[in-house]
Write a protein of this length. Structure first.
Ligand code: NAD
Length: 443
């Protein structure tokens, strides 16, 4: 029945001729009456059948749900038993091992950082529920592998759904009392904004607001820790980048949505008393990483003897990144969760005092040039790269990132320990094993 709702609403919104339908009648009457009216000739009846079949086909073939949770259960068992199994799995996954443990909703859970963070939380005894729409921005098989090989094994249940689906979010928050939300779901990557700008607005702005709306109206809103980005520093040239620096010169739409996210977070903190910590990640890399990032596709291309483009800035300026190893970033996320104060809102209203609001860099604070990155990969892969040096195009990238991590050190006790050489070694080892196993399994 819930499945039919959007279709019926749509039908109900078809403008009618004045005076044909009486407004005081119930909507059921309208639908029935309108269908009867529209289907009065055999030709229009045929059109209606074709139209409804098309809608139903689209509905049943759609990969993710955007309406009610019941749509998730196209199983051989009855929908109600599938629903109760789904609820039981969520409740089990959400249960911390001890009474002092947290209960965390991790959005973007099958993503690179989300999978690692979920497993780390679960392993130390927190309750974790993952949420992810498994979108196709990059290889979905990699997301499925993170789920089966990391999350399933650790006992983290992942709900397949979108942060824009408020029915689903309300259902989850009704089912579980989350103490924290680690919000990592986003449209990542700076260059893809040239291809699909709306995906950034949909996930990074609409989706974030939708999540905050649901969180703020719970009885005891959880504290939120979310991923902003070093890209908010945009075209700044003063280094290292400090949280006190200006962030009003974004070089990409991605950066602009993260900057907007910080402003939106502040408004919800101020009005609704939500405790919010924004973490500005600096080029996170490591095993199970993201195929759209340079270290990942350079590895693939070097192994395939394909030419790679190395960017340089104006006047042959060096392009460098503050590469930060995944385990260091995960430690920073966990410390941010542990040090987050409670939200002071309740049912959408601020109750007492000011809620905590923090923005903190999570970087490595030792930028490495792209040339050095390639040299390290060549050494680890034992293959000489075919390089072409090109001027960095103006499509989102910035010449340099470099984090000042003194605030992270003070607030979170954050201390990155993995340098690029050691981190890339672990990445390459994983890459070779993972893709070797995938090649074998496809034979
Ligand atoms: N990896 C980095 O270097 C880096 C740097 C700065 C900031 N960040 C931020 O950190 C977070 C995690 O990044 P990542 O590298 O793990 O990226 P990722 O793309 O691997 O993970 C994001 C996950 O979110 C999911 N997702 C996207 N939109 C969604 C939606 N509307 N509803 C539900 N799920 C959705 C995707 O399917 C994906 O699995 C992101 O917010 C990203 O912007 C990452």
């Amino acid at each position: 029945m819930t499945a039919l709702k959007p279709i019926l609403n749509h039908i109900d919104n078809i403008p009618s001729n004045a005076g044909k339908f009486k407004p005081e009648k119930s909507s059921v009457y309208y639908i029935h009456h309108r269908l009867r009216f529209q289907t009065s000739s055999p030709k229009s009846l045929l059109w209606w059948i074709v139209f409804l079949s098309l809608i139903l086909m689209l509905f049943f073939l759609s990969p993710t749900s955007t309406t009610a949770p019941l749509r998730r259960f196209r199983t051989t068992t009855s929908p109600s038993s599938a629903l109760s199994k789904w609820k039981t799995e969520i409740e089990l996954s959400a249960k911390p091992r001890s009474r002092r443990g947290h209960t965390v909703l991790v959005t973007g859970a099958v993503g690179f950082v989300g999978a690692h963070a979920s497993v780390a939380l679960k392993r130390r005894g927190d309750g974790v529920v993952g949420l992810d729409n498994f979108n196709r921005y990059y290889d979905v098989a990699l997301k499925n592998s993170r789920k089966s090989e990391l999350l399933d094994r650790a006992g983290v249940f992942v709900v397949k759904g979108d942060i824009n689906d408020d029915v689903l979010l309300r259902e989850l928050f009704g089912l579980v009392h989350f103490t924290h939300v680690l919000h990592l779901a986003a449209q990542a990557g700076v260059r893809y904004a040239m291809v699909n700008p709306n995906s950034y607005i949909k996930s990074n702005i609409d989706g974030f607001v939708n999540l905050l709306e649901v969180v703020k109206s719970t009885i005891a809103p959880p504290a939120i820790v979310w991923a902003s980005s070093s890209s908010v520093y945009g075209l700044n040239s003063k280094v290292p980048f400090s949280e006190k620096d200006r962030t009003d010169q974004p070089a990409s739409l991605y950066a602009a949505t993260k900057k907007a996210g910080e402003a939106i977070a502040h408004a919800y903190n101020h009005i609704h008393g939500l405790s919010i910590t924004g973490l500005r990640f600096f080029t996170v890399y490591g095993p199970w990483g993201r195929p759209d990032m340079a270290y990942f596709f350079f590895t693939k291309d070097i192994l395939n003897r394909k030419q790679i483009s190395i960017f340089e800035g104006a006047n042959h300026g060096t392009v460098a990144r503050d590469f930060t190893y995944i385990d260091d970033v995960v430690k920073g996320c966990l410390s941010a969760i542990d040090s987050a104060k409670k939200s002071v809102g309740r049912n959408g209203r601020k109750k007492k005092g000011e809620a905590q609001f923090r923005i903190i860099n999570l970087g490595n604070t030792s930028p490495v040039s792209v040339h050095k990155l390639v040299m390290t990969l060549e050494k680890l892969l034992k293959v000489k790269a075919k390089k072409k040096v090109v001027l960095m195009p103006r499509n989102g990238d910035v010449p340099l990132t470099h984090a000042d991590i003194s605030l992270a050190r003070m607030e979170l006790g954050y201390k990155p320990t993995v340098d690029l050489e050691m981190g890339l070694k672990k990445f390459v080892q994983w890459y070779l094993e993972y893709y070797d196993a995938r090649k074998k399994s496809s034979w």
